[in-house]
Design a protein around this ligand. Structure first.
Ligand SMILES: NC(=O)c1ccc[n+]([C@@H]2O[C@H](COP(=O)([O-])OP(=O)(O)OC[C@H]3O[C@@H](n4cnc5c(N)ncnc54)[C@H](O)[C@@H]3O)[C@@H](O)[C@H]2O)c1
Length: 395
């Protein structure tokens, strides 16, 4: 059967530009989707960096004007991979023009922007998606399936961490350290992922933030010169001038889940020795689950109902074609996949939804990602006011 074409326009050509370019091109090669993604237009600010990028990834057109891209009748889906302050204006323009929108996380830098995006999505004909790509990790999607199958019973504790160690004093003031562009620091960058991941795995909502700490350890940084290179801080060049950092380096908070579990969340950019450690431990009445992205193939499971003679943690390599989500699209069992595959798997879920089919695991739409944004906001309020905040107070 002939495939339908999905003309994609991607805004942003650096770190996520590379991840998403790869996702849309690999989708066609590894998955049997009724859509063929067409790399139609790549858009970013600097034409001199854009043209070689387009040639490398086989984007058909280049543009430095996202408004024109959103209005282009040939484009079906606008993919947003730019700093957080630009998510709302681009998404609103794309939705108004009737496009589907796939937006990077967090949904926005501020709750007000996120609300406008959610409201616009409710009215618009296009479908919306947010690249919470860790839902595309087989071990994470499998953890969700085990929770749904009752393997951990009633959840009592959730321990969530996202620890990185890259942001020492030598790193210049990229957009990630500027509240006007990013909204927050490690919080919107890292806690956003683990809030989404743990809402996804547990199937529960966070109902209260019981306390939070936000810290900025490095108060000033050298300002940036030149374009970004395509990683978190790789290749950034700095001037001799310094300016104030306006976001957090670390945010820790305690929370309650709707099923009664007590939870802790930790996001940090200066957790030295932790390169990209995102994960959770979930303890329930029948069993527990443990996962860390630094060993992304593996999910650890403790079955509390097993015979005491053999009871203990089991390490599951989540690459079995019959048993584990996404595995059959890739390589033989235990031939590992990596970070980039989480984006391809996510793009596949989007293609399934656009074709009216059930995704392997649901990607968040704007409505769903708005709930994560409310939790982010509640934690910042809690840190500022030094008191508990109920989610029902954060609309
Ligand atoms: N899902 C993930 O794992 C993950 C990882 C990193 C970043 N992100 C998110 O992706 C988004 C982008 O982050 P990044 O790390 O790719 O940033 P980056 O700094 O590497 O790239 C930003 C890109 O945006 C472009 N840009 C900036 N202003 C623009 C404008 N006005 N018009 C057109 N293009 C413009 C820049 O030219 C650059 O190409 C952010 O929302 C971030 O939170 C998600």
């Amino acid at each position: 059967m002939a495939k339908r074409q999905l003309n994609v326009a991607l805004i942003g050509r650096a770190f996520m530009g590379k991840a998403h370019s790869n996702a849309w091109s690999q989708l066609n090669r590894f998955f049997d989707s009724s859509y063929e993604a067409v790399l139609h237009t790549i858009c970013a600010r600097h034409r001199e960096a854009l043209e070689p990028f387009a040639a490398k990834w086989a984007w058909a057109n280049v543009s430095t004007d996202w408004k024109a891209v959103c209005g282009d009748p040939a484009v079906d889906l606008v993919d947003i991979g730019v700093p957080n302050n630009l998510h709302a204006p681009i998404a609103l323009a794309a939705l108004k023009a009737g496009k589907h929108v796939a937006c990077e996380k967090p949904l926005a830098g501020t709750l007000a922007d996120a609300r406008r995006m959610r409201d616009a999505a409710r009215r618009a004909p296009g479908k919306t998606f947010v690249w919470y790509n860790y839902r595309g990790v087989p071990a994470v999607a499998h953890a969700r399936a085990l929770v749904r199958a009752g393997k951990v019973g009633t959840i009592r504790h959730v321990r969530a961490v996202y620890l990185q160690g890259w942001a020492d004093e030598s790193v210049p003031l990229a957009w990630r350290f500027d509240r006007k562009l990013a909204g927050s620091g490690s919080h919107g960058d890292l806690n956003a992922h683990i809030i989404d991941m743990n809402r996804f795995v547990t199937g529960e909502e966070i109902t209260e933030i019981s306390g939070a700490i936000a810290e900025t350890f490095v108060k000033t940084r050298h300002t940036l010169v030149g374009p970004v290179a395509g990683g978190i801080a790789e290749g950034l060049k700095k001037s001799s001038r310094k300016a104030r950092v306006t976001v957090d380096d670390a945010v820790l908070f305690l929370a309650r889940f709707s099923g009664g579990a007590a939870a802790s969340f930790e996001a940090a950019r200066q957790a030295t020795g932790n390169l990209n450690k995102s994960g959770f431990e979930i303890n329930g009445t029948r069993g527990s689950l443990r996962y860390s992205f630094e060993r992304m193939a593996e999910l650890e499971y403790f079955d509390a109902t097993a015979d005491a003679a053999v009871r203990g943690w089991t390490t599951i390599n989540c690459s079995n074609h019959a048993a584990h989500p996404y595995a059959a699209a890739w390589w033989p069992e235990a031939h590992p996949i990596g970070y980039e595959h989480t984006f391809v798997n996510s793009a596949y879920n989007m293609a399934l939804v656009l074709a009216g089919r059930k995704p392997t695991a649901p990607m968040p739409d704007f409505e769903d990602a708005y709930q994560t944004q409310r939790v982010l906001e509640a934690a910042l309020i809690s840190a500022r006011l030094k008191r508990a905040v109920k989610l029902s107070q954060v609309k």
